[in-house]
Design a protein around this ligand. Structure first.
Ligand code: GAP
Length: 453
């Protein structure tokens, strides 16, 4: 049974993530904490691979991009200038009976969806988390946990431009945690109160912004396709006028067909000159740009592709999940892109026999210098293949008794289950070629020559 046509349900993904060490409920031994999740040993690798794939495409491979890592707590005036203190709010109602809180704009009727109780009048609720800096809890010491990483980029525009001698158009990228006290959370890691963003602010000359906006919408859409997301599960949706954020001239969402429905994976907005103008006004520091080619001074416009790390992780997990039949049994397999797979290679001695172990461990030690590698000698070889398929490991290397004689091992490929035998001497180069030094372009399967076809 292939899951291509039938979407996997979220419970299967949540259960696989827990069982195989991808994602656990946070502080579970205390009963968990609403909407908070911990990435386990495999989840942390997958998440890191998503970040690295993004950084590589958006920063490393581009001449016009640089990165920063700004602090999560920023001067409180930042959030006055950005409009978040005034306007980063959702309408909230509370049930007078069970005291659950709901977003008024997401309710169908005027009763509590949980118990049918009467609801309070709606009031605006600011989504920023507040805390105090220093030992005195007073108004003057209030700081916020950032609700987006973007503002850390805007306030550093001039520092980056002058230190890196950047000319327009150029962009600044950042990956980091953001916090929003969302009224309603849910759908696993889709909407949480603590999450991670991958944001780019791309500064351009006013008048060229619409062209750059189109460019970034396409770039970002293709990024997901290049990492294996199926085209039929991805679409673009333009925001209507009434839906645009206060700063946006135009905005597209890249939407993914999650198990619950189509939903936003990433937003790409044309923010015009809103942010730099606001920060110049509130800080008193000029944030305009002198264009040496035209001898003009102007405030750059900004195109902002803003993606969620956790939502991307969820989309990659859902999209790669499949069930098929291997040797008469249902096998769960994650067809994760090689670059994203948490474990790239599994080393599997045929048994725990003491004659096999030294060679198997020698091979394991060598491979793990290059790739995340697992050594597994527990249970039958079939069971071990299944375990690796379920976590998306692209290659398994098997060492058997013949390997001791002929110095050859078997490599098995996850997706096709094709096995080839090759000299140990060629193993490392073959794996390096197959895993492509983590290049995020073509997924490389076996060639006809390699499988002797
Ligand atoms: N700087 C623009 C900005 O923050 P956004 O649409 O509010 O725009 C961008 O957020 C991305 O951040 C979303 O597309 C989503 O992937 C992620 N994101 C936002 N809120 C989230 C939440 N509560 N939980 C998980 N991811 C979230």
């Amino acid at each position: 049974m292939s899951q291509d046509k039938k979407k996997v349900d979220m419970d299967k993904i949540v259960s696989l993530c827990k069982r195989r060490g991808f994602i656990f409920p946070s502080s579970e031994i205390y009963g968990g904490l609403g909407s908070c999740w911990d990435y386990g040993p495999l989840g942390v690798e997958l998440k890191r691979n998503v970040r690295n794939a993004w950084w590589r495409t958006v920063v490393q491979e581009r001449e016009d991009m640089v990165g920063i890592d700004a602090s999560i707590m920023m001067h409180p005036q930042t959030w006055v200038a950005s409009g978040h203190v005034e306007g980063f709010s959702d309408p909230l109602v509370e049930c007078k009976n069970c005291h659950l809180r709901w977003r008024a704009d997401q309710l169908n009727g005027d009763k509590c969806p949980e118990c049918g109780g009467e609801l309070t009048e709606s009031r605006m609720f600011n989504l920023m988390f507040k805390t105090f800096m220093g030992s005195v809890e007073e108004e003057a010491n209030i700081v916020y946990l950032r609700p987006e990483t973007a503002q850390g980029i805007f306030v550093n525009f001039e520092n980056v431009r002058s230190s890196m001698r950047k000319k327009l158009p150029f962009g600044i990228a950042q990956i980091g945690k953001s916090f929003r006290n969302e009224i309603t959370t849910g759908n696993f890691i889709f909407r949480t109160r603590e999450f991670e963003q991958m944001e780019t602010e791309y500064f351009v000359k006013p008048g060229t912004d619409e062209g750059w906006f189109d460019y970034w919408v396409k770039e970002r859409f293709n990024w997901y396709l290049n990492l294996g997301i199926k085209k039929e599960n991805l679409r673009l949706r333009q925001h209507g006028r009434e839906e645009l954020a206060h700063y946006a001239k135009d905005c597209y969402d890249v939407e993914y067909l999650f198990p619950m429905n189509w939903a936003e994976l990433e937003g790409i907005a044309n923010r015009g000159d809103f942010d730099l103008t606001q920060h110049a006004k509130y800080s008193g520091k000029g944030l305009d740009y002198f264009d040496e080619e035209t001898n003009e001074r102007y405030v750059p416009y900004v195109i902002e592709p803003s993606a969620g790390v956790d939502r991307s992780v969820l989309a990659f997990l859902v999209d790669s999940y499949d069930e098929d039949v291997a040797e008469g049994e249902t096998r769960v397999v994650m067809h994760l892109h090689n670059g994203l797979a948490p474990i790239k290679v599994a080393v599997l001695p045929l048994s725990k026999n003491e004659r096999l172990v030294p060679l198997a461990r020698e091979i394991y030690t060598e491979i793990r210098r290059h790739f995340m590698t697992q050594y597994d000698d527990a249970q039958s070889i079939g069971r071990r293949y299944r375990r690796q398929d379920e976590i998306g490991t692209p290659f398994c290397v098997t060492i058997d008794f013949q390997s001791l004689e002929d110095k050859q091992v078997t490599i098995r490929e996850r997706d096709t289950m094709v096995q080839i035998r090759l000299p140990i001497q060629e193993l490392m180069n073959t794996l390096l070629a197959k895993l492509g030094g983590e290049t995020f372009t073509n997924q490389t399967g076996w060639s006809a020559k390699e499988i002797g076809a």
